[in-house]
Design a protein around this ligand. Structure first.
Ligand SMILES: [Zn+2]
Length: 65
């Protein structure tokens, strides 16, 4: 009777239900991954990963353009 239904929030990134409590350390996100995505840290990594091979290939590519 004293049990209250837990507050559920939706992960802002992927939209899955997340329990608002100690079980969800990354709330309102479902996971650290979604939290990082929201912080934009993944974007920096994506740029770095995409930029590195792109630079070595850019010679052949730019000639086509
Ligand atoms: Zn998520």
């Amino acid at each position: 009777m004293s049990k209250e239904s837990p507050t559920i929030v939706k992960c802002p990134q992927c939209g899955i239900p997340v329990v608002w409590g100690d079980v969800s350390p990354y709330r309102p996100f479902c996971s650290k991954k979604c939290q990082l995505i929201d912080l934009g840290e993944w974007a920096d990594e994506e740029k770095r990963i995409a930029g590195a091979p792109d630079m070595s290939d850019s010679d052949g590519w730019s000639e086509d353009q």
